[in-house]
Design a protein around this ligand. Structure first.
Ligand code: OXD
Ligand code: MN
Length: 591
Protein backbone atom coordinates (compact mmCIF):
# COMPACT_ATOMS: atom_id res chain seq x y z
CA UNK A 1 0.00 0.00 0.00
CA UNK A 2 1.41 3.42 -0.92
CA UNK A 3 2.66 5.69 1.88
CA UNK A 4 1.70 3.18 4.56
CA UNK A 5 3.11 4.13 7.96
CA UNK A 6 3.39 0.53 9.09
CA UNK A 7 4.27 -2.91 7.76
CA UNK A 8 2.15 -4.65 10.41
CA UNK A 9 0.40 -7.39 8.38
CA UNK A 10 -2.81 -7.46 10.46
CA UNK A 11 -3.17 -3.69 10.11
CA UNK A 12 -2.48 -3.67 6.36
CA UNK A 13 -4.82 -6.56 5.68
CA UNK A 14 -7.69 -5.03 7.63
CA UNK A 15 -7.25 -1.62 6.01
CA UNK A 16 -7.07 -3.14 2.52
CA UNK A 17 -10.35 -4.93 3.14
CA UNK A 18 -11.99 -1.74 4.35
CA UNK A 19 -10.70 0.24 1.37
CA UNK A 20 -12.26 -2.33 -0.90
CA UNK A 21 -15.50 -2.08 1.06
CA UNK A 22 -15.84 1.68 1.37
CA UNK A 23 -14.08 2.69 -1.89
CA UNK A 24 -12.53 6.02 -0.90
CA UNK A 25 -11.19 8.40 -3.56
CA UNK A 26 -8.16 9.10 -1.41
CA UNK A 27 -6.46 7.47 1.58
CA UNK A 28 -4.59 9.57 4.12
CA UNK A 29 -2.37 8.03 6.79
CA UNK A 30 -2.59 10.28 9.84
CA UNK A 31 0.85 10.73 11.38
CA UNK A 32 -0.11 13.10 14.20
CA UNK A 33 2.15 15.90 12.95
CA UNK A 34 1.26 19.52 13.53
CA UNK A 35 1.56 20.25 9.78
CA UNK A 36 -0.83 17.52 8.77
CA UNK A 37 -3.41 18.52 11.39
CA UNK A 38 -3.19 22.18 10.32
CA UNK A 39 -3.76 21.14 6.72
CA UNK A 40 -6.88 19.21 7.77
CA UNK A 41 -8.21 22.06 9.91
CA UNK A 42 -7.82 24.41 6.95
CA UNK A 43 -9.62 21.95 4.70
CA UNK A 44 -12.40 21.55 7.32
CA UNK A 45 -12.84 25.34 7.34
CA UNK A 46 -12.96 25.51 3.55
CA UNK A 47 -15.85 23.02 3.40
CA UNK A 48 -17.82 24.53 6.32
CA UNK A 49 -17.28 21.48 8.56
CA UNK A 50 -15.33 23.76 10.93
CA UNK A 51 -15.25 27.45 11.78
CA UNK A 52 -11.99 28.99 12.93
CA UNK A 53 -12.68 31.09 16.03
CA UNK A 54 -11.06 34.35 17.16
CA UNK A 55 -7.31 33.65 17.23
CA UNK A 56 -6.66 36.32 19.88
CA UNK A 57 -9.39 35.27 22.29
CA UNK A 58 -9.57 31.53 21.57
CA UNK A 59 -6.25 30.58 19.93
CA UNK A 60 -6.31 27.35 17.97
CA UNK A 61 -10.05 26.86 18.66
CA UNK A 62 -12.75 25.72 16.23
CA UNK A 63 -16.53 25.46 16.18
CA UNK A 64 -18.31 22.48 14.68
CA UNK A 65 -22.06 21.97 14.29
CA UNK A 66 -23.35 18.44 14.01
CA UNK A 67 -26.52 17.58 12.10
CA UNK A 68 -29.70 18.57 13.94
CA UNK A 69 -30.79 14.91 14.18
CA UNK A 70 -27.40 13.85 15.53
CA UNK A 71 -26.60 15.48 18.85
CA UNK A 72 -26.15 12.75 21.45
CA UNK A 73 -25.16 9.16 22.08
CA UNK A 74 -27.83 6.77 20.81
CA UNK A 75 -28.22 4.08 23.45
CA UNK A 76 -31.18 2.53 21.62
CA UNK A 77 -29.01 1.95 18.55
CA UNK A 78 -25.90 0.77 20.41
CA UNK A 79 -25.31 -2.98 20.20
CA UNK A 80 -23.04 -5.54 21.77
CA UNK A 81 -22.60 -8.19 19.07
CA UNK A 82 -21.21 -11.02 21.17
CA UNK A 83 -21.43 -14.59 19.80
CA UNK A 84 -24.05 -15.50 22.40
CA UNK A 85 -26.95 -13.23 23.31
CA UNK A 86 -26.63 -14.13 26.96
CA UNK A 87 -23.10 -12.61 27.00
CA UNK A 88 -24.54 -9.16 26.28
CA UNK A 89 -26.97 -9.56 29.17
CA UNK A 90 -30.26 -7.86 29.99
CA UNK A 91 -28.88 -4.31 30.09
CA UNK A 92 -27.49 -4.22 26.52
CA UNK A 93 -29.01 -4.42 23.05
CA UNK A 94 -27.68 -7.44 21.22
CA UNK A 95 -27.35 -8.42 17.59
CA UNK A 96 -25.85 -11.64 16.23
CA UNK A 97 -22.36 -10.85 14.84
CA UNK A 98 -23.00 -12.28 11.34
CA UNK A 99 -26.23 -10.40 11.00
CA UNK A 100 -24.63 -7.18 12.28
CA UNK A 101 -21.57 -7.42 10.01
CA UNK A 102 -23.66 -8.10 6.97
CA UNK A 103 -26.04 -5.20 7.73
CA UNK A 104 -23.19 -2.79 8.54
CA UNK A 105 -21.14 -3.77 5.50
CA UNK A 106 -24.20 -3.17 3.30
CA UNK A 107 -24.43 0.33 4.78
CA UNK A 108 -20.68 0.96 4.52
CA UNK A 109 -20.28 -0.43 0.98
CA UNK A 110 -19.14 2.46 -1.22
CA UNK A 111 -19.72 4.93 1.65
CA UNK A 112 -16.37 6.70 1.10
CA UNK A 113 -16.92 7.22 -2.66
CA UNK A 114 -15.89 10.78 -3.47
CA UNK A 115 -14.40 11.07 0.01
CA UNK A 116 -11.13 10.53 1.88
CA UNK A 117 -10.38 7.68 4.25
CA UNK A 118 -8.37 8.94 7.21
CA UNK A 119 -6.40 6.23 9.02
CA UNK A 120 -5.97 7.25 12.66
CA UNK A 121 -3.51 5.35 14.88
CA UNK A 122 -4.13 6.10 18.56
CA UNK A 123 -3.26 4.93 22.02
CA UNK A 124 -5.53 4.81 25.04
CA UNK A 125 -3.14 5.40 27.93
CA UNK A 126 0.42 6.72 27.59
CA UNK A 127 2.16 5.02 24.63
CA UNK A 128 4.33 2.16 25.85
CA UNK A 129 2.89 2.13 29.39
CA UNK A 130 1.59 -1.14 30.87
CA UNK A 131 -1.90 0.36 30.67
CA UNK A 132 -1.73 1.33 27.00
CA UNK A 133 -3.97 -0.30 24.42
CA UNK A 134 -3.81 0.64 20.77
CA UNK A 135 -6.48 1.28 18.21
CA UNK A 136 -6.89 2.31 14.60
CA UNK A 137 -9.94 4.24 13.56
CA UNK A 138 -10.89 4.66 9.92
CA UNK A 139 -13.10 7.65 9.32
CA UNK A 140 -14.28 9.98 6.57
CA UNK A 141 -14.61 12.94 8.96
CA UNK A 142 -12.01 15.65 9.54
CA UNK A 143 -13.86 16.54 12.77
CA UNK A 144 -13.13 13.02 14.01
CA UNK A 145 -9.43 13.27 13.13
CA UNK A 146 -8.89 16.58 14.89
CA UNK A 147 -10.99 15.50 17.88
CA UNK A 148 -9.08 12.23 18.23
CA UNK A 149 -5.89 14.33 18.19
CA UNK A 150 -7.17 15.95 21.41
CA UNK A 151 -8.85 13.01 23.10
CA UNK A 152 -6.16 10.37 22.54
CA UNK A 153 -2.42 10.02 22.06
CA UNK A 154 -2.58 9.97 18.28
CA UNK A 155 0.25 9.54 15.81
CA UNK A 156 2.77 7.30 14.13
CA UNK A 157 4.54 6.40 17.38
CA UNK A 158 1.57 4.10 17.96
CA UNK A 159 2.66 1.92 15.01
CA UNK A 160 6.16 1.73 16.50
CA UNK A 161 4.78 0.63 19.86
CA UNK A 162 2.42 -1.87 18.20
CA UNK A 163 5.13 -3.50 16.05
CA UNK A 164 3.74 -6.57 14.31
CA UNK A 165 1.24 -7.43 17.02
CA UNK A 166 -2.38 -7.95 16.08
CA UNK A 167 -3.52 -6.88 19.55
CA UNK A 168 -5.25 -3.65 18.56
CA UNK A 169 -8.82 -2.45 18.37
CA UNK A 170 -10.35 -2.04 14.92
CA UNK A 171 -12.68 0.92 14.43
CA UNK A 172 -14.61 1.82 11.29
CA UNK A 173 -16.64 5.00 11.16
CA UNK A 174 -18.68 6.09 8.14
CA UNK A 175 -20.73 9.26 8.22
CA UNK A 176 -22.90 8.04 5.32
CA UNK A 177 -26.04 10.25 5.15
CA UNK A 178 -26.43 10.81 8.92
CA UNK A 179 -29.63 8.84 8.53
CA UNK A 180 -31.15 8.18 11.97
CA UNK A 181 -32.90 5.06 10.75
CA UNK A 182 -29.61 3.52 9.66
CA UNK A 183 -27.52 4.76 12.59
CA UNK A 184 -25.74 1.94 14.44
CA UNK A 185 -22.93 1.79 16.96
CA UNK A 186 -21.87 -1.86 17.13
CA UNK A 187 -19.24 -3.60 19.21
CA UNK A 188 -17.76 -7.02 18.46
CA UNK A 189 -15.85 -7.97 21.61
CA UNK A 190 -14.64 -11.28 20.14
CA UNK A 191 -12.95 -9.39 17.26
CA UNK A 192 -11.96 -6.21 19.14
CA UNK A 193 -13.94 -4.33 16.52
CA UNK A 194 -16.23 -1.30 16.57
CA UNK A 195 -18.34 -0.10 13.65
CA UNK A 196 -20.23 3.19 13.75
CA UNK A 197 -22.36 4.37 10.84
CA UNK A 198 -24.63 7.33 10.02
CA UNK A 199 -23.50 9.63 12.81
CA UNK A 200 -21.02 12.49 13.08
CA UNK A 201 -21.62 13.32 16.75
CA UNK A 202 -18.60 12.91 19.04
CA UNK A 203 -20.01 10.40 21.53
CA UNK A 204 -20.89 8.04 18.66
CA UNK A 205 -17.83 8.52 16.50
CA UNK A 206 -14.78 9.22 18.68
CA UNK A 207 -14.38 5.49 18.97
CA UNK A 208 -11.57 5.59 21.53
CA UNK A 209 -13.88 6.86 24.26
CA UNK A 210 -17.02 4.99 25.32
CA UNK A 211 -16.81 2.35 22.56
CA UNK A 212 -13.20 1.28 23.14
CA UNK A 213 -12.20 2.55 26.59
CA UNK A 214 -15.39 1.24 28.24
CA UNK A 215 -17.37 -1.27 26.15
CA UNK A 216 -14.48 -3.14 24.49
CA UNK A 217 -12.05 -2.49 27.37
CA UNK A 218 -14.48 -3.84 29.98
CA UNK A 219 -14.34 -7.13 28.05
CA UNK A 220 -10.54 -7.00 27.83
CA UNK A 221 -10.32 -6.19 31.53
CA UNK A 222 -12.44 -9.18 32.41
CA UNK A 223 -10.27 -11.50 30.30
CA UNK A 224 -6.98 -10.01 31.44
CA UNK A 225 -7.77 -9.32 35.09
CA UNK A 226 -8.18 -5.54 35.21
CA UNK A 227 -11.04 -3.03 35.27
CA UNK A 228 -12.34 -0.42 32.82
CA UNK A 229 -14.62 1.95 34.70
CA UNK A 230 -16.72 5.07 34.10
CA UNK A 231 -14.82 6.96 36.79
CA UNK A 232 -13.04 10.24 37.36
CA UNK A 233 -9.69 10.11 39.13
CA UNK A 234 -8.48 12.87 41.44
CA UNK A 235 -5.70 13.40 43.94
CA UNK A 236 -6.19 15.34 47.19
CA UNK A 237 -2.95 16.92 48.36
CA UNK A 238 -2.67 17.70 52.06
CA UNK A 239 -0.62 20.61 53.41
CA UNK A 240 2.24 18.14 54.13
CA UNK A 241 2.39 17.27 50.42
CA UNK A 242 0.90 13.78 50.75
CA UNK A 243 -1.51 12.94 47.92
CA UNK A 244 -4.39 10.48 48.22
CA UNK A 245 -6.00 9.29 44.99
CA UNK A 246 -9.72 8.62 44.68
CA UNK A 247 -11.70 7.16 41.77
CA UNK A 248 -15.38 8.03 41.56
CA UNK A 249 -18.32 6.87 39.43
CA UNK A 250 -21.49 8.91 38.98
CA UNK A 251 -24.27 8.66 36.41
CA UNK A 252 -24.48 11.57 33.97
CA UNK A 253 -25.66 14.94 35.30
CA UNK A 254 -24.18 14.30 38.73
CA UNK A 255 -21.11 16.57 38.37
CA UNK A 256 -18.20 14.24 37.55
CA UNK A 257 -16.15 16.86 35.70
CA UNK A 258 -16.82 19.39 38.48
CA UNK A 259 -15.62 17.00 41.19
CA UNK A 260 -12.56 16.00 39.15
CA UNK A 261 -11.49 19.66 38.90
CA UNK A 262 -12.67 20.80 42.34
CA UNK A 263 -11.27 23.98 43.82
CA UNK A 264 -10.89 23.66 47.61
CA UNK A 265 -12.88 26.08 49.81
CA UNK A 266 -10.85 29.08 50.93
CA UNK A 267 -10.34 27.67 54.39
CA UNK A 268 -8.65 24.60 52.90
CA UNK A 269 -6.69 26.57 50.29
CA UNK A 270 -5.23 28.72 53.03
CA UNK A 271 -4.03 25.62 54.84
CA UNK A 272 -2.40 24.33 51.65
CA UNK A 273 -4.88 21.73 50.36
CA UNK A 274 -4.87 21.14 46.61
CA UNK A 275 -6.89 18.92 44.31
CA UNK A 276 -5.29 17.42 41.19
CA UNK A 277 -7.24 16.06 38.24
CA UNK A 278 -6.05 12.81 36.68
CA UNK A 279 -9.23 12.18 34.67
CA UNK A 280 -12.87 13.22 34.45
CA UNK A 281 -14.59 10.26 32.79
CA UNK A 282 -12.75 6.95 32.48
CA UNK A 283 -10.39 4.97 34.71
CA UNK A 284 -8.50 1.83 33.78
CA UNK A 285 -7.37 0.06 36.93
CA UNK A 286 -4.86 -2.75 37.42
CA UNK A 287 -3.27 -4.46 40.37
CA UNK A 288 0.28 -3.14 40.69
CA UNK A 289 3.42 -4.95 41.82
CA UNK A 290 2.74 -3.73 45.36
CA UNK A 291 -0.68 -5.46 45.33
CA UNK A 292 -2.59 -2.18 45.36
CA UNK A 293 -5.05 -1.00 42.73
CA UNK A 294 -3.46 1.52 40.31
CA UNK A 295 -5.45 3.71 37.96
CA UNK A 296 -4.76 5.52 34.73
CA UNK A 297 -6.94 7.82 32.66
CA UNK A 298 -6.72 6.35 29.15
CA UNK A 299 -7.84 9.63 27.55
CA UNK A 300 -5.82 12.70 26.69
CA UNK A 301 -8.54 15.33 26.78
CA UNK A 302 -11.96 16.26 28.11
CA UNK A 303 -15.19 15.90 26.16
CA UNK A 304 -17.32 17.91 28.53
CA UNK A 305 -20.87 19.22 28.50
CA UNK A 306 -20.65 22.96 27.84
CA UNK A 307 -23.90 24.41 29.29
CA UNK A 308 -23.48 25.06 32.98
CA UNK A 309 -19.68 25.32 32.72
CA UNK A 310 -18.67 28.75 33.99
CA UNK A 311 -15.96 30.58 35.89
CA UNK A 312 -18.15 30.02 38.94
CA UNK A 313 -19.10 26.35 38.57
CA UNK A 314 -15.83 25.02 37.17
CA UNK A 315 -13.11 27.56 36.31
CA UNK A 316 -10.57 24.81 35.63
CA UNK A 317 -12.81 23.29 32.95
CA UNK A 318 -13.56 26.67 31.39
CA UNK A 319 -9.87 27.60 31.32
CA UNK A 320 -9.13 24.23 29.68
CA UNK A 321 -11.31 25.30 26.72
CA UNK A 322 -9.55 28.58 26.02
CA UNK A 323 -6.98 27.27 23.53
CA UNK A 324 -6.68 24.44 20.99
CA UNK A 325 -10.23 23.28 21.77
CA UNK A 326 -13.19 22.28 19.61
CA UNK A 327 -16.71 23.40 20.47
CA UNK A 328 -19.69 21.46 19.16
CA UNK A 329 -23.27 22.77 18.95
CA UNK A 330 -22.75 25.90 21.06
CA UNK A 331 -23.73 29.52 20.28
CA UNK A 332 -21.50 31.34 17.77
CA UNK A 333 -21.02 34.96 18.82
CA UNK A 334 -20.78 36.78 15.50
CA UNK A 335 -19.56 40.06 17.00
CA UNK A 336 -16.23 38.74 18.16
CA UNK A 337 -16.20 35.24 16.61
CA UNK A 338 -16.21 33.45 19.97
CA UNK A 339 -18.62 30.99 21.57
CA UNK A 340 -21.25 31.08 24.30
CA UNK A 341 -23.61 28.68 26.06
CA UNK A 342 -26.33 28.86 28.68
CA UNK A 343 -25.02 29.65 32.18
CA UNK A 344 -21.54 30.58 30.91
CA UNK A 345 -22.32 34.10 32.11
CA UNK A 346 -25.28 36.43 32.20
CA UNK A 347 -24.44 38.13 28.89
CA UNK A 348 -25.73 36.13 25.94
CA UNK A 349 -24.46 37.62 22.69
CA UNK A 350 -26.86 39.88 20.81
CA UNK A 351 -25.54 39.08 17.37
CA UNK A 352 -25.25 35.33 17.24
CA UNK A 353 -26.14 32.02 15.65
CA UNK A 354 -27.60 29.15 17.66
CA UNK A 355 -26.42 25.54 17.61
CA UNK A 356 -28.44 24.90 14.48
CA UNK A 357 -26.55 27.67 12.68
CA UNK A 358 -29.63 29.95 12.63
CA UNK A 359 -29.62 33.62 13.62
CA UNK A 360 -30.51 33.55 17.31
CA UNK A 361 -32.41 36.09 19.37
CA UNK A 362 -31.34 35.56 22.96
CA UNK A 363 -34.54 37.19 24.21
CA UNK A 364 -36.95 34.79 22.49
CA UNK A 365 -36.71 32.15 25.21
CA UNK A 366 -35.10 29.49 23.00
CA UNK A 367 -31.84 27.81 23.96
CA UNK A 368 -28.83 29.00 22.00
CA UNK A 369 -26.59 26.01 22.73
CA UNK A 370 -27.87 22.45 22.56
CA UNK A 371 -28.21 21.06 26.15
CA UNK A 372 -25.70 18.37 25.15
CA UNK A 373 -23.31 20.76 23.40
CA UNK A 374 -19.69 19.95 24.12
CA UNK A 375 -16.14 21.16 24.40
CA UNK A 376 -13.24 18.94 23.40
CA UNK A 377 -10.22 20.26 25.28
CA UNK A 378 -6.64 19.02 25.71
CA UNK A 379 -6.00 17.73 29.24
CA UNK A 380 -2.73 19.66 29.22
CA UNK A 381 -4.73 22.92 29.33
CA UNK A 382 -6.21 22.08 32.73
CA UNK A 383 -4.65 24.23 35.45
CA UNK A 384 -5.07 21.48 38.05
CA UNK A 385 -3.86 18.58 35.89
CA UNK A 386 -2.00 16.05 38.01
CA UNK A 387 1.76 15.73 37.49
CA UNK A 388 1.04 11.96 37.32
CA UNK A 389 -1.26 12.35 34.32
CA UNK A 390 1.27 10.74 31.98
CA UNK A 391 2.74 8.38 34.54
CA UNK A 392 3.12 4.92 32.98
CA UNK A 393 2.37 3.31 36.35
CA UNK A 394 -0.80 5.32 36.99
CA UNK A 395 -1.75 6.39 40.51
CA UNK A 396 -2.53 4.20 43.54
CA UNK A 397 -6.21 4.33 44.48
CA UNK A 398 -7.11 4.53 48.17
CA UNK A 399 -10.86 5.00 47.81
CA UNK A 400 -13.56 4.21 45.28
CA UNK A 401 -16.60 6.44 45.51
CA UNK A 402 -20.01 5.84 43.98
CA UNK A 403 -22.81 8.35 43.92
CA UNK A 404 -26.11 9.37 42.43
CA UNK A 405 -28.77 12.00 42.70
CA UNK A 406 -31.13 10.99 45.52
CA UNK A 407 -33.43 13.53 47.14
CA UNK A 408 -33.94 11.55 50.33
CA UNK A 409 -32.70 7.98 50.56
CA UNK A 410 -28.89 8.06 50.51
CA UNK A 411 -27.04 10.02 53.19
CA UNK A 412 -24.37 12.59 52.30
CA UNK A 413 -21.75 9.86 52.57
CA UNK A 414 -21.40 6.31 53.87
CA UNK A 415 -18.74 3.64 53.74
CA UNK A 416 -19.26 0.01 52.85
CA UNK A 417 -18.40 -2.61 55.46
CA UNK A 418 -15.97 -4.38 53.13
CA UNK A 419 -15.21 -4.92 49.42
CA UNK A 420 -18.16 -7.20 48.62
CA UNK A 421 -20.53 -4.86 50.38
CA UNK A 422 -18.91 -2.05 48.34
CA UNK A 423 -19.64 -3.96 45.13
CA UNK A 424 -23.25 -4.17 46.33
CA UNK A 425 -23.24 -0.39 46.95
CA UNK A 426 -21.93 0.16 43.40
CA UNK A 427 -24.45 -2.25 41.92
CA UNK A 428 -27.38 -0.29 43.39
CA UNK A 429 -26.23 3.15 42.17
CA UNK A 430 -29.29 5.05 41.06
CA UNK A 431 -30.20 8.56 40.13
CA UNK A 432 -33.54 10.28 40.34
CA UNK A 433 -34.81 12.16 37.34
CA UNK A 434 -35.42 15.87 37.84
CA UNK A 435 -38.66 17.69 37.15
CA UNK A 436 -36.95 19.86 34.57
CA UNK A 437 -35.92 16.85 32.52
CA UNK A 438 -38.98 14.67 32.66
CA UNK A 439 -41.82 16.27 34.52
CA UNK A 440 -41.80 13.37 36.97
CA UNK A 441 -39.66 13.98 40.03
CA UNK A 442 -37.98 11.15 41.80
CA UNK A 443 -38.16 8.38 39.22
CA UNK A 444 -35.27 6.13 40.10
CA UNK A 445 -33.09 4.92 37.25
CA UNK A 446 -30.68 2.20 38.34
CA UNK A 447 -27.24 2.68 36.82
CA UNK A 448 -24.88 0.12 38.37
CA UNK A 449 -21.38 1.56 38.81
CA UNK A 450 -22.63 4.30 36.36
CA UNK A 451 -21.87 1.66 33.68
CA UNK A 452 -25.40 0.90 32.47
CA UNK A 453 -24.78 2.19 28.92
CA UNK A 454 -21.10 1.24 28.88
CA UNK A 455 -20.59 -2.27 30.25
CA UNK A 456 -19.75 -4.37 27.18
CA UNK A 457 -20.92 -7.70 28.58
CA UNK A 458 -23.40 -9.28 31.00
CA UNK A 459 -23.77 -7.05 34.05
CA UNK A 460 -23.99 -10.13 36.30
CA UNK A 461 -20.58 -11.32 35.04
CA UNK A 462 -19.25 -7.78 35.47
CA UNK A 463 -20.27 -7.78 39.15
CA UNK A 464 -18.62 -11.19 39.55
CA UNK A 465 -15.44 -9.71 38.04
CA UNK A 466 -15.57 -6.96 40.67
CA UNK A 467 -15.92 -9.60 43.42
CA UNK A 468 -12.94 -11.51 41.98
CA UNK A 469 -10.81 -8.37 41.85
CA UNK A 470 -11.58 -7.84 45.54
CA UNK A 471 -10.37 -11.37 46.30
CA UNK A 472 -7.09 -10.67 44.52
CA UNK A 473 -6.63 -7.31 46.24
CA UNK A 474 -7.37 -8.69 49.70
CA UNK A 475 -6.51 -6.22 52.46
CA UNK A 476 -4.88 -3.87 49.91
CA UNK A 477 -8.25 -3.18 48.29
CA UNK A 478 -9.39 0.45 48.19
CA UNK A 479 -12.17 1.29 50.64
CA UNK A 480 -15.55 1.82 48.97
CA UNK A 481 -17.91 4.74 49.70
CA UNK A 482 -21.15 6.24 48.45
CA UNK A 483 -21.87 9.97 48.32
CA UNK A 484 -25.03 11.95 47.63
CA UNK A 485 -24.62 15.69 47.12
CA UNK A 486 -28.29 16.05 46.24
CA UNK A 487 -30.31 15.58 49.45
CA UNK A 488 -33.16 18.08 49.54
CA UNK A 489 -35.11 19.70 52.37
CA UNK A 490 -38.90 19.74 52.68
CA UNK A 491 -39.09 22.61 50.20
CA UNK A 492 -37.02 20.69 47.68
CA UNK A 493 -33.85 22.82 48.06
CA UNK A 494 -30.45 21.18 48.02
CA UNK A 495 -29.12 21.02 51.58
CA UNK A 496 -25.45 20.39 50.91
CA UNK A 497 -23.59 23.28 49.20
CA UNK A 498 -21.68 20.94 46.87
CA UNK A 499 -18.95 22.04 44.44
CA UNK A 500 -15.70 22.93 46.29
CA UNK A 501 -17.25 22.06 49.64
CA UNK A 502 -17.38 18.43 48.55
CA UNK A 503 -13.75 18.39 49.66
CA UNK A 504 -15.06 18.29 53.23
CA UNK A 505 -16.59 14.91 52.45
CA UNK A 506 -13.46 13.72 50.64
CA UNK A 507 -11.52 14.65 53.78
CA UNK A 508 -13.71 12.31 55.84
CA UNK A 509 -13.23 9.58 53.24
CA UNK A 510 -9.45 10.00 53.44
CA UNK A 511 -9.56 10.01 57.24
CA UNK A 512 -11.47 6.73 57.13
CA UNK A 513 -8.93 5.23 54.72
CA UNK A 514 -6.20 6.23 57.16
CA UNK A 515 -8.13 4.86 60.15
CA UNK A 516 -8.20 8.30 61.78
CA UNK A 517 -11.91 8.57 62.60
CA UNK A 518 -14.55 6.19 63.89
CA UNK A 519 -18.05 6.02 62.38
CA UNK A 520 -21.58 4.85 63.17
CA UNK A 521 -22.47 1.42 61.98
CA UNK A 522 -25.95 1.61 60.43
CA UNK A 523 -28.14 -0.75 58.43
CA UNK A 524 -26.50 0.41 55.19
CA UNK A 525 -22.89 0.82 56.29
CA UNK A 526 -20.67 3.28 58.18
CA UNK A 527 -22.05 6.81 58.43
CA UNK A 528 -19.94 9.71 59.80
CA UNK A 529 -20.30 11.14 63.27
CA UNK A 530 -21.46 14.69 62.63
CA UNK A 531 -18.37 15.98 64.47
CA UNK A 532 -16.08 14.38 61.91
CA UNK A 533 -17.20 16.42 58.91
CA UNK A 534 -15.72 19.89 58.94
CA UNK A 535 -18.44 22.50 58.46
CA UNK A 536 -16.34 25.51 59.54
CA UNK A 537 -16.98 28.52 57.39
CA UNK A 538 -20.16 27.16 55.76
CA UNK A 539 -22.90 29.75 55.68
CA UNK A 540 -26.36 28.85 57.03
CA UNK A 541 -25.21 25.36 57.77
CA UNK A 542 -25.11 24.05 61.31
CA UNK A 543 -24.64 20.69 62.95
CA UNK A 544 -28.38 19.98 62.90
CA UNK A 545 -28.44 20.57 59.13
CA UNK A 546 -25.54 18.18 58.71
CA UNK A 547 -27.24 15.58 60.89
CA UNK A 548 -30.37 15.85 58.74
CA UNK A 549 -28.45 14.67 55.67
CA UNK A 550 -26.55 11.96 57.48
CA UNK A 551 -29.78 10.33 58.53
CA UNK A 552 -30.65 6.83 57.30
CA UNK A 553 -34.42 6.46 57.12
CA UNK A 554 -35.22 2.77 57.59
CA UNK A 555 -38.67 3.00 55.98
CA UNK A 556 -37.20 4.56 52.85
CA UNK A 557 -34.45 1.96 52.78
CA UNK A 558 -37.02 -0.84 53.08
CA UNK A 559 -38.61 0.53 49.89
CA UNK A 560 -35.15 0.78 48.38
CA UNK A 561 -34.42 -2.87 49.25
CA UNK A 562 -37.62 -3.91 47.50
CA UNK A 563 -36.56 -1.90 44.43
CA UNK A 564 -33.12 -3.54 44.48
CA UNK A 565 -34.66 -7.00 44.73
CA UNK A 566 -36.83 -6.29 41.71
CA UNK A 567 -33.85 -4.95 39.76
CA UNK A 568 -31.68 -7.92 40.72
CA UNK A 569 -34.45 -10.21 39.42
CA UNK A 570 -33.39 -9.25 35.87
CA UNK A 571 -30.04 -10.98 36.25
CA UNK A 572 -31.35 -14.43 37.19
CA UNK A 573 -28.64 -17.05 37.65
CA UNK A 574 -25.94 -14.52 36.80
CA UNK A 575 -26.52 -12.51 39.97
CA UNK A 576 -23.46 -13.32 42.08
CA UNK A 577 -24.35 -15.12 45.31
CA UNK A 578 -22.24 -12.55 47.17
CA UNK A 579 -24.59 -9.75 46.08
CA UNK A 580 -27.70 -11.72 46.93
CA UNK A 581 -26.15 -12.27 50.37
CA UNK A 582 -25.53 -8.51 50.75
CA UNK A 583 -29.16 -7.79 49.90
CA UNK A 584 -30.25 -10.31 52.53
CA UNK A 585 -28.01 -8.60 55.11
CA UNK A 586 -29.54 -5.23 54.22
CA UNK A 587 -33.04 -6.60 54.60
CA UNK A 588 -32.18 -8.22 57.93
CA UNK A 589 -30.56 -4.98 59.17
CA UNK A 590 -33.71 -3.06 58.36
CA UNK A 591 -35.98 -5.34 60.41
C1 OXD B 1 -20.25 11.25 28.63
C2 OXD B 1 -21.35 10.44 29.15
O1 OXD B 1 -20.40 11.89 27.57
O2 OXD B 1 -21.17 9.77 30.16
O3 OXD B 1 -19.18 11.24 29.27
O4 OXD B 1 -22.43 10.44 28.54
MN1 MN C 1 -19.14 9.77 30.81
Amino acid sequence: MTNALTTNPSVLKWIEEKIELTQPDRVMWIDGSHEQLEELRAEGCSTGELFKLNEEKLPGCYLHLSAVNDVARVEGRTFICSEKEEDAGPTNHWMAPDEAYSMLYDIARGAYKGRTMYIIPYSMGPVGSPFAKYGIELTDSIYVVISMAIMTRMGKEVYEALGNSDDWVRGLHCKCDIDEEKRYICHFPQDNTIISVNSGYGGNVLLGKKCFALRIASNLGRQEGWMAEHMLILGVEKPNGEITYIAAAFPSACGKTNLAMLIPPELYREKGYKVWCVGDDIAWMRIGEDGRLWACNPENGFFGVAPGTSMKSNPNALISTQKNAIFTNVVHNLDDNTVWWESMDKNPPKNAKNWKGEIWDCTDGSKGAHPNSRFTAPAQNCPCLSSEFNSPAGVPISAIVFGGRRAKTAPLVYQSRDWNHGVFVGSIVASETTAAATGAVGVVRRDPMAMLPFCGYHMGDYWKHWINMGKKLGDKAPKIFNVNWFRTDDEGHFVWPGFGDNLRVLEWIINRCEGKVSANETAIGYVPNADDINIDGLEDFDRATLESILEVDKALWAEEAAGIEEFYGKFGEKLPAELKAELDILKANLK
